[in-house]
Design a protein around this ligand. Structure first.
Ligand SMILES: Nc1ncnc2c1ncn2[C@@H]1O[C@H](COP(=O)(O)OP(=O)(O)O)[C@@H](O)[C@H]1O
Ligand SMILES: [Mg+2]
Length: 236
């Protein structure tokens, strides 16, 4: 579904990605693990058209997307759920979904409201919190809302940047179940995580990114038993 070859990203003279190759298949969860500053977010930003690409190519369903604008990439069915959730904190849960809908679906009010109801069926907690300000939700609820907003346009391919960030272990398990549910509903997911154990448990295929280069790749299970991955990312 997604094919990345020789991808380079640079911010001025700071080279964040030094030519990476990565494949993500339809119906699968692909994970990227790596420490802070490894280039995980830059990879997702490059796919969604938000990072300065200086070399290489990204193809989505056979079409080159590394040279088209972000809004055109969204229209192909790719949604990026940003690191840090980026909700409108002083707007209600419902308004966050509506605003997400307008930017992703367009101005058709009936279609947007139908998508809001569909999302509230998917995440019943959001219906219970419908009129509550997003900033007053718990961390886990905020992550659910960020995912739900990203799903308003029913994307085929979801980019998720550190959904577990700042969440307690039990809540991380709940988010992991949600990600699996999204996969089971047929979506392809590219998941970026510092919490390697969670990501490898979910991933069909995984990549280790170090200083802007892919250093190890394999199935999630293979990486979870890899001595180097264990030592560096799974706490021995
Ligand atoms: N907007 C930016 N301007 C300059 N440097 C950046 C910018 N975004 C990221 N970087 C740098 O690029 C490298 C990779 O960052 P990032 O992709 O955010 O890594 P990760 O998500 O793995 O923590 C880091 O050295 C970071 O400081
Ligand atoms: Mg990041």
């Amino acid at each position: 579904m997604l094919q990345i070859r020789g991808l380079k990203v640079a911010y001025g003279h700071i080279q964040a990605l030094h030519g990476i190759d990565l494949d993500a298949k339809a119906g699968e969860i692909t994970a990227i693990i790596g420490s802070n500053g490894a280039g995980k977010t830059s990879t997702l930003m490059a796919i969604s058209g938000l990072a300065p690409i200086t070399g290489g190519e990204i193809k989505f369903e056979g079409q080159t997307i590394s040279a088209i604008p972000a809004h055109a990439i969204t229209r192909l069915g790719i949604t990026h759920i940003l690191e840090g959730r980026q909700l409108f904190a002083d707007q209600s849960v419902e308004d966050n979904l509506i605003l997400g809908g307008y930017s992703r679906i367009g101005k058709d009010k009936a279609a947007v409201m139908a998508a809001v109801e569909r999302e509230m069926d998917r995440f019943p907690i959001l219906r219970q919190r419908r009129k509550q300000q997003a900033g007053t939700l718990s961390g886990g609820e905020q992550q659910m809302l960020a995912m739900s907003r990203g799903l308003m346009s029913e994307p085929k391919f979801l980019l998720m940047d550190e959904p577990s960030m700042g969440l307690a272990p039990l809540i991380v398990q709940e988010i992991a179940r949600t990600i699996r549910m999204l996969k089971d509903s047929g979506r392809a997911i590219l998941l970026v995580e510092q919490m390697a154990a969670v990501a490898l448990g979910l991933a069909d295929r995984a990549y280790v990114l170090e200083s802007g280069k892919v250093t190890i790749t394999g199935t999630g299970a293979e990486l979870a038993r890899d001595p180097e991955v264990k030592r560096a990312y799974l706490g021995g």
